[in-house]
Write a protein that binds this ligand. Structure first.
Ligand code: CO
Ligand code: ZN
Length: 332
């Protein structure tokens, strides 16, 4: 699974510009699903198996997009100013490198004219240096989109890269669709767009699918680094089952189903309480007349940085948990 993860994290797909990633995913899953389509927003909606007598329509969602940058203007000296697609922590981008969808690469520099160069400033005091000296030579312009550049690193159990959020969820969903052989359910695997700008892809996708249960697969921050915020999530302690985040309360019946499944399959799991942020599960929970929803999270250090770190055991256990849950009838 590591080579699949590497391929996915090294692809470039900021919110709204997910084509490259979607095409990669399509190649991977097409032989393991019964049908697939791409909706007008760019969500890839795959369907596997038919709803049996004891079956439900279960929607699983993992987002294709990553946080990106968009050029707002280029100054006379050819430096490109930018804004964010999704949430970029300024501290994580200084001196970073970016790659534009249309080819050019650049380095992020910081205005030196303020006295705060030893602090990290807002994005509006940063620029992208594309190696040119004037505006006419600048290979990018207003509206051009870039993503952070950073190689995939395999530390053994720990994997590090940009865009683990949420390519690791995409990898888990692909692998789940590959490994799932027998299911009483109609399993709808959806690779969503525009999550980082406010779960915009999952909303119409869930309306279209009209699921009986919806599960997002995403990352969650850990509390296992020095002086980290109150959070008991630890890398390597198993996939996290979401209880609440800032945007949703997971359905207690869905939580109970997931935790009982983990216990039955003898898989480690931990409970997730997230104080900031949300996932596609929120969007899916709130469509039509409302949907019982939950989320399986892959614990991840340094979320929304170019060096997001996950534990490979958690990744594999998330796949095992989902395959186990989807293989049996569900009574919520
Ligand atoms: Co994110
Ligand atoms: Zn995410």
């Amino acid at each position: 699974m590591k080579s699949l993860i590497q391929k996915l994290v090294e692809a470039v797909g900021p919110s709204g510009y997910e084509t490259q990633v979607r095409e990669l995913v399509m190649e991977e899953v097409k032989d393991y699903v019964d049908s697939w389509k791409v909706d007008p927003l760019g969500n890839l909606i795959t369907r596997k198996s038919k709803k049996g007598k004891d079956g439900l329509t279960i929607m699983l969602a993992a987002h294709l997009d990553e946080i990106g940058l968009m050029v707002t203007h280029v100054d006379d000296n050819g430096y490109a100013r930018f804004t964010q697609l999704g949430f970029l922590f300024p501290i994580n981008v200084t001196a970073g490198r970016v790659q534009f969808l249309n080819g050019p690469k650049g380095v992020i520099g910081l205005d030196a004219s303020n006295d705060s160069i030893y602090k990290t400033d807002g994005l509006n005091k940063m620029f992208i240096d594309l190696g040119v000296d004037n505006k006419a030579d600048c290979p990018v312009g207003i509206g051009d989109v870039a993503a952070m550049m950073r190689r995939f690193e395999d530390f053994g159990d720990r994997l590090v890269s940009k865009s683990m959020d949420d390519r690791i969820g995409v990898a888990v969903l692909i692998e789940t669709l590959k490994q799932l052989k027998n299911t009483p359910h109609e399993v709808v695997g959806v690779f969503t767009v525009q999550e980082e700008v406010g779960t915009r892809g999952a909303t119409p996708a869930a309306y279209d699918v009209d699921p009986d249960i919806a599960i997002a697969i995403d990352v969650c921050p850990t509390g296992d680094t020095p002086k980290s915020k109150t959070n008991q999530i630890k890398l390597g302690n198993g996939p996290a089952i979401k209880i609440r985040d800032a945007g949703m309360l997971a359905d207690p019946a869905v939580i109970a189903w997931m935790e009982a499944g983990a216990k039955q399959a003898k898989l480690p799991s931990q409970r997730e309480i997230l104080l900031r942020g949300s996932t596609d599960a929120r969007a899916m929970q709130l469509v039509r007349g409302g949907v019982p929803a939950g989320c399986v999270s892959i614990p991840c250090r340094y979320v929304h940085s170019p060096s997001e770190m996950v534990d490979y055991n958690d990744v594999q256990n998330a796949v095992k948990l989902l395959v186990h849950l989807l293989s049996k009838p569900v009574k919520l």
